[in-house]
Design a binder for this molecule. Structure first.
Ligand SMILES: [Zn+2]
Length: 75
């Protein structure tokens, strides 16, 4: 969710697409019926707080199964 730059009401994502692995373009529509503005934004990875852990558990069946689920949710 993002606030409309015109009426400051809540705007919802209508669609989005990845321009690269770290940059996403999103189209928003304002939910205020008196405004209904539509606008586009950019979302990008700005900073990495902590890199992925360097583990040798990739061959572990349980860990591998759960890391796959986590990746699906983040996209
Ligand atoms: Zn608006």
């Amino acid at each position: 969710m993002m606030y409309c730059p015109f009426c400051k009401g809540p705007a919802h994502t209508r669609t989005s697409r990845y321009l690269s692995e770290t940059v996403k373009q999103l189209y928003y529509q304002c939910t205020n019926v008196m405004c209904s503005a539509t606008f586009r934004t950019m979302e990008s990875v700005d900073s990495v707080i902590q890199r992925p852990s360097n583990t040798d558990l990739a061959g572990d069946e349980f860990i591998a199964a759960h890391s796959g689920k986590a990746r699906k949710q983040s996209l």
